[in-house]
Design a protein around this ligand. Structure first.
Ligand code: ADP
Length: 477
C-alpha cells in the first residue's frame, strides 16, 4: 500500500511513488510513499492559504486539544514509532524511541503554550492613550526537514506553527518519509480542520523548490545543508518572507589537562559517534591540551574497540549504519582526504560486514590533525572525528572558535574558572560543560551562530519569535 500525501484534508496518491529503504538491511523496504509533484505542492499551498483565516481565529481550547491528543498518541505508540524511525533512519532502537518520546513532549509543551498566549499592555508616551502589544500568526508556514531526526525536527516545527495559529505545508526528507507520515496522520485524526496541515513528500528540487518559489508562503523554516539553506534564504529575500535556517556544524569539544578522563571520553564518544555522527550537534573536532593528550587518545581507542556497530534494531547495538550509500561515500571520501592531508588514522574507518547488507562503518578517529585541514573545517556528517593537540586553554578556545560554524561547543574540565570563561566566550548557540555537544532538551532554545543558523531560535518559548508577528495597537481612552 502506498502512503499518500495529505492535501486539503484528503489523502492524495499522485502518479508516482518512491521506496523507503532500511539502511541496516537494504533488502528491507520500510514502505512506499506517494511522490508529490510541483502541482501538488501548489495545491497544498493554496489549501493552507484558504484554511488560514479560520484557523488563525480558532479557539485556544481547540488547538490545545488537538496538540494534546497528538502528544498522547505519540507517547502511547513510542515503541512502534521508535522502531519505524530506527528502521528508516538507522539510529539505534533506544535512540529512535528516545527521539519519539521527545516529539511527544514537544507536542505536549506546545499544547500548554496555546493556553498561555499573552501580550502586554503599556501606557503610551502621550496622555490618555493605551498601547497593547499582541502576537498574531504569520500565515502559511513552509516546513522543510532533513533525514537525521525524522520525528523530532518535524515535531519542533509543526507543533509551534499550529499552536500559534499558522497553517502548514510540510515537506519531509525523501529518505525518511515514514515518521513524518505517521505524525501527520495522528494530527489529522486528532481533528485538524482540512487544509491546516498539508503533507507533500517528494524531491527537494521539485516540491521544496515549488515552496520556495511561492508568494503565498509567508515563512519558511528549514533544517538541512548549508547549500540548500542559502537557496531558501535567497528565495525568501525575493518574496520578503520570514525565514529560519538550521544548517551545519563543526562543533568543538575541548578536553583540558584537569578534566576527568572518563567524563571526557564518554562525552567525546557520544558527541562524535552516537547516532552514527549524523547530528548537526555532533562533535568532530576534539581539541585536547598536551598534558592529557596521550592518555585521552589511548582511552578513546580502548573505548572505541568496545563499540557495537550493527543493525539498528538489534539488541545491544550502540551505533547503527550510515543512512545511505551517498552519505557513506562522503564519509569514506573524507577519511581518505584526512589521510592525504597528513592526519593519522589512529582508529577505525573501515567498512564493516554484518548479517544483512547495510551501510556499516567503523567510527574513525584521526590524531595529529590541524584545524586548517579540510576534515577540521568541513562538515562530514558521519562517525569521523579528529584530535587536535593544543598547548593550553587559551589556544584551545581560539581553535574552538576558529570555524565558519557556531552551533554547539563543549568543554571537559574540573576548573570552574575555565568552564565559566568558556561558557562566556565560546562562539556558539549552545555550550556544554562536561557533557556531550549533542543531546539537548525539548523545552529550551535550540540554535546557533555564524554559518550554522539564521533567524530566531527554535523550541521552547523562544519559538514564538518565528511563528508569530507582533502587533502594537494604540487606543485613545
Ligand atoms: P541533506 O544533505 O541533509 O539531505 P539537504 O539540504 O539536501 O540536506 O536536504 C534538506 C531538506 O531540503 C530535504 O527535505 C530536501 O529535500 C530539501 N531540499 C533539497 N533541495 C531543495 C531545494 N532546491 N529547495 C527546497 N528544498 C530543498
Amino acid at each position: 500500500m502506498v502512503q499518500k500525501n495529505l492535501i486539503d484534508g484528503e489523502w492524495i496518491a499522485g502518479s508516482e511513488a518512491f521506496r523507503n529503504i532500511n539502511p541496516s538491511d537494504t533488502n528491507d523496504v520500510v514502505g512506499e510513499y506517494a511522490r508529490a509533484s510541483a502541482e501538488d505542492a501548489r495545491a497544498a499551498i493554496a489549501a493552507a492559504k484558504a484554511a488560514f483565516p479560520a484557523w488563525s481565529r480558532s479557539g485556544i481550547l481547540e488547538r490545545h486539544a488537538i496538540l494534546r491528543k497528538t502528544a498522547d498518541e505519540i507517547l502511547a505508540r513510542k515503541d512502534e514509532l521508535g522502531k519505524l524511525l530506527s528502521r528508516e533512519e538507522g539510529k539505534t532502537l533506544a535512540e529512535g524511541i528516545g527521539e519519539t518520546v521527545r516529539a511527544g513532549q514537544i507536542f505536549d509543551f506546545f499544547a500548554g503554550e496555546c493556553l498561555r498566549l499573552a501580550g502586554e499592555v503599556l501606557p503610551s508616551a502621550r496622555p490618555n492613550i493605551g498601547v497593547e502589544i499582541t502576537r498574531e500568526p504569520v500565515g502559511v508556514v513552509g516546513i522543510i526537514t532533513p533525514w537525521n531526526f525524522p520525528i523530532a525536527i518535524p515535531a519542533w516545527k509543526i507543533a509551534p506553527a499550529l499552536c500559534y495559529g499558522n497553517t502548514v505545508v510540510f515537506k519531509p526528507a525523501e529518505l525518511v518519509p515514514g515518521s513524518s507520515w505517521a505524525i501527520v496522520d495522528i494530527l489529522h485524526r486528532a481533528g485538524l480542520p482540512k487544509g491546516v496541515l498539508n503533507l507533500v513528500m517528494g524531491k527537494g528540487s521539485v516540491v521544496g523548490q515549488a515552496m520556495l518559489d511561492s508568494p503565498d508562503i509567508h515563512a519558511i523554516t528549514f533544517t538541512g545543508s548549508t547549500g540548500t539553506g542559502k537557496r531558501v534564504a535567497l528565495a525568501s529575500v525575493e518574496h520578503n518572507r520570514k525565514y529560519q535556517l538550521e544548517m551545519g556544524g563543526k562543533n568543538p569539544f575541548v578536553v583540558l589537562d584537569d578534566a576527568d578522563l572518563n567524563v571526557s571520553v564518554e562525552a567525546a564518544v557520544n558527541s562524535a559517534f552516537f547516532s552514527t555522527g549524523q547530528r548537526c550537534t555532533a562533535s568532530s573536532r576534539l581539541i585536547v591540551t598536551e598534558g592529557i593528550h596521550d592518555r585521552f587518545v589511548a582511552a578513546m581507542g580502548e573505548r572505541m574497540k568496545g563499540l557495537v556497530i550493527d543493525d539498528a534494531l538489534k539488541a545491544g547495538t550502540q551505533i547503527g549504519p550510515v543512512v545511505d550509500e551517498s552519505q557513506l561515500n562522503q564519509d569514506t571520501d573524507y577519511i581518505a582526504i584526512g589521510r592525504q592531508e597528513g592526519a593519522k588514522l589512529a582508529f577505525g574507518g573501515e567498512l564493516l560486514k554484518r548479517a544483512t547488507p547495510g551501510f556499516y562503518l567503523q567510527p574513525a578517529l584521526f590524531t595529529e590533525a590541524t584545524n586548517a585541514m579540510r576534515i577540521s573545517r568541513e562538515e562530514i556528517f558521519g562517525p569521523v572525528a579528529s584530535v587536535i593537540r593544543v598547548k593550553d586553554y587559551d589556544e584551545a578556545l581560539t581553535v574552538a572558535n576558529d570555524t565558519p560554524f557556531g552551533l554547539s561547543s563543549g568543554i571537559a574540565t574540573t576548573s570552574l574558572k575555565h568552564a565559566t570563561h568558556f561558557k562566556r566566550n565560546a562562539e556558539a548557540g549552545m555550550v556544554m560543560v562536561n557533557l556531550p555537544t549533542a543531546g539537548v532538551d525539548f523545552h529550551v532554545p535550540f540554535g546557533g551562530r555564524k554559518g550554522s543558523s539564521h533567524g530566531s531560535r527554535e523550541q521552547g518559548r523562544y519559538a514564538a519569535e518565528f511563528y508569530t508577528t507582533v502587533k502594537t495597537a494604540y487606543t485613545l481612552a
